[in-house]
Unconditional design. Structure first.
Length: 196
């Protein structure tokens, strides 16, 4: 007998972008990202207090768009759980997403699931259809983290090495600022539009 995979609402506010997605099994039914790139570009990097305030403004419209994009009622969605990033990240930004996600889970009578931001990155390829092959070594570059992680299976990890000062991605931003090239540094524009 085949069971239907659970439908989850995921909320991500660990740094400067407000994101919400509806995922069913390994299928992303909708994904919406509200970028703060324009807000922080004049400072050459993320300003934590501005980021958390911007999350307050963007969270409800972003969640609503994600639910509607998945064909769900944004007031009483038929979901099985609400998940949100609990860390690591900017404390103020995390509190906005966590508080909202817990309130939504309580209001809708579904479980709340806290997600480790870095652990979630280890499984992101599965959402793109990549086969789960273990063991594997993952280069994880996100925010203030650059790590090499040995993964022998879900929940079984060993950090083989990590930077002790700053992340590779942030180095691009700092060099770009020093050279007067603007924010963000590196190839391309990190802005992501809404995808339904």
């Amino acid at each position: 007998m085949t069971s239907t995979p659970p439908v989850l609402l995921g909320i991500e506010t660990s740094c400067d972008d407000t994101a919400a997605a509806v995922v069913q099994g390994s299928v992303v039914r909708s994904s919406v990202i509200s970028s703060q790139l324009d807000l922080h570009s004049r400072f050459g990097g993320v300003v934590p207090e501005l980021a958390s305030r911007a999350h307050l403004e963007a969270l409800v419209p972003t969640v609503r768009a994600a639910l509607e994009g998945a064909g769900l009622d944004p007031v009483r969605p038929e979901i099985d759980a609400v998940a949100a990033t609990y860390g690591p990240g900017l404390v103020g930004s995390l509190l906005v997403g966590l508080s909202a996600a817990k309130a939504m889970a309580l209001a809708w009578g579904v479980p709340f699931v806290g997600v480790n931001h870095l652990e979630a990155h280890l499984f992101a390829p599965a959402l793109e259809g990549a086969p789960e092959a273990y063991p594997q070594v993952v280069l994880l570059v996100s925010g203030g983290h650059t790590e090499l992680v040995a993964v022998t299976g879900p929940g079984s990890y060993e950090v083989l090495g990590a930077t002790i000062d700053d992340a590779a991605g942030e180095a691009f931003d700092k060099v770009a600022r020093f050279l007067g090239l603007g924010y963000p540094g590196g190839a391309g524009d990190r802005r992501v539009g809404n995808r339904g």
